[in-house]
Ligand binder design. Structure first.
Ligand code: UD1
Length: 423
């Protein structure tokens, strides 16, 4: 099994390019199942989760053609089977989102209930409630959701009980081919939802309001193909900015959209960073200073992203002062804390493990640690970068799900990081 070995203590300095957004690309792959013609997706990151999605489409018999630049062409009408198997869906929750598109386009779908990161129970009740409201008949059998829509889906008015990114995307996709108008209320507003809506509209869908809490979809008879480039990954960009701040460094991320990260750059300014932005870049300069601790509460977009919470906890570990980080999206998302404590971090979990109180220390000490979910693992990379001595991170397959060429990107910024195999 691969490990990452980091010799801490170097400042991250230099330039890097943001990769395409994993969470956008995965949903756009699912959306391609709605089209009668090939959909070509560009700026796709080279990641384990993307490979899993390609395998899933392949298992349905769908033709997926990839060129050397990772442009991916998906031709839905080559589909031969309508069952997404447990083995693939269990490793990645986003694959559950093929259910709605298959159902809307072909009137049937059978998809295993999902797995994904070990960050809480993550049910799919809002997805299923939405599909039922569109007229789907749904049964659960042996861990599979079996759905039918004989005669097609019908437009409806749906109010989500709370903000759900996957739920909003799933029902928005399914409603594109429904008969009549669908109004979705209390929608999530993440940039990836807007990106997905833009791709669907380029395929001929009629969606307005994506990025606000009310989305209106007027069903169309069929969708065609299109070419769509996914947006930059705001979580990857944010992770590198936090890593640079934690190491008192200076970096410029090319291809990044500041509009998507204002809440983070606000926090990084509080931590002492100077931030400059352009149309498609963000630069952070700590001028060699130690960061100040920051406090935050995670919230749906435009609030502070839960996917950047663990990275800020890492920064706070060596910051000046005390920071409080409260997690409100997932119930089990402080697993990195136990590993950071092994590196000498002073962290107290409170409020039934929903809040971390972090008292900055001058230095962490390198240690063997274990990654246990995607964002927790990358926060351990940041901890390793700021620690004194060697940190060995085990189970890094989690990192490979979401961070393209992470060692190469960090090495280009001056980090001393290597991938090794424990055999
Ligand atoms: C997506 C992102 C993930 C991010 C999360 C929140 C992808 C592939 N993943 O996950 O990186 O951390 O948004 O920004 O895009 N919930 C229910 N019932 C449902 C749906 C969700 O109870 O039917 C709960 C979840 O357990 C969680 C909360 O709602 O506590 C938010 O989940 P949701 O926004 O749906 O996250 P995902 O789409 O799974």
């Amino acid at each position: 099994m691969d490990q990452l070995m980091i010799e801490g203590g170097t400042r991250l300095c230099g330039e890097l390019r943001a990769s395409g957004a994993k969470n956008s690309a995965l949903k756009i792959f699912a959306a391609a199942l709605l089209g009668d013609e090939p959909v070509t997706i560009g700026n796709v990151p080279h990641l384990r989760d993307i490979t899993t999605m390609i395998e899933l489409l392949g298992s349905l018999g769908v033709e997926v053609v990839m060129d050397e630049k990772m442009n991916i062409e998906i031709h839905a009408n080559t589909i031969k089977r309508f069952t997404a198997p447990y083995d693939l869906v269990k490793t990645m929750r986003a694959s559950f989102n093929v259910l709605g598109p298959m159902l809307a386009h072909y009137g049937q779908a059978e998809v295993s209930l999902p797995g994904g990161c070990a960050i809480g129970s993550r049910p799919v009740d809002q997805h299923l409630r939405g599909l039922k409201a569109l007229g789907a008949e749904i049964e659960m059998e042996n861990g599979y959701v079996k759905a039918h829509a004989n005669g097609g889906l019908k437009g409806s008015h749906i109010y989500f009980d709370f903000s759900t990114v996957g739920g909003t995307e799933h029902i928005m996709m399914a409603a594109t081919l429904a008969d009549g108008e669908t109004v979705l209320e209390n929608c999530a507003r993440e940039p990836e939802i807007v990106d997905l809506a833009e791709c669907l509209n380029a395929m001929g869908a009629d969606i307005t309001g994506a990025g606000t809490d009310t989305i209106t979809i007027t069903g169309v008879k069929s969708l065609s193909g299109c070419r769509h480039d996914v947006i930059a990954d705001r979580i990857e960009t944010g992770t590198y900015l936090i890593a640079a701040a934690a190491t008192s460094g200076k970096i410029k991320v090319q291809g990044a959209k500041h509009d998507h990260l204002e809440v983070l750059t606000g926090k990084l300014k509080e931590a002492g960073a100077e931030i400059s932005v352009g149309d498609d870049w963000i630069e952070l300069d700590m001028q060699g200073r130690r960061p100040r601790a920051v406090s935050l509460v995670t919230a749906p977009y435009p609030g502070f992203p839960t996917d950047l919470q663990a990275q800020i906890v890492a920064l706070n570990c060596i910051a000046e002062g005390t920071g409080t980080v409260r997690e409100t999206i997932f119930e089990n998302r402080f697993m990195h804390v136990h590993e950071m404590k092994r590196m000498g971090a002073q962290i107290r979990l409170e409020g039934n493990n929903t809040t971390a109180n972090i008292e900055g220390v001058c230095q962490l000490k390198g240690a063997p640690v274990m990654a246990n979910d995607l964002r927790a693992s990358v926060s351990l990379v940041i901890a390793g970068l700021i620690a004194d001595g060697t940190t060995i991170i085990d189970r890094i397959y989690h990192i490979d799900r979401g961070y393209e060429h992470i060692e190469e990107k960090l090495r280009n910024l001056g980090a001393n990081i290597q991938r090794t195999s424990s055999g």
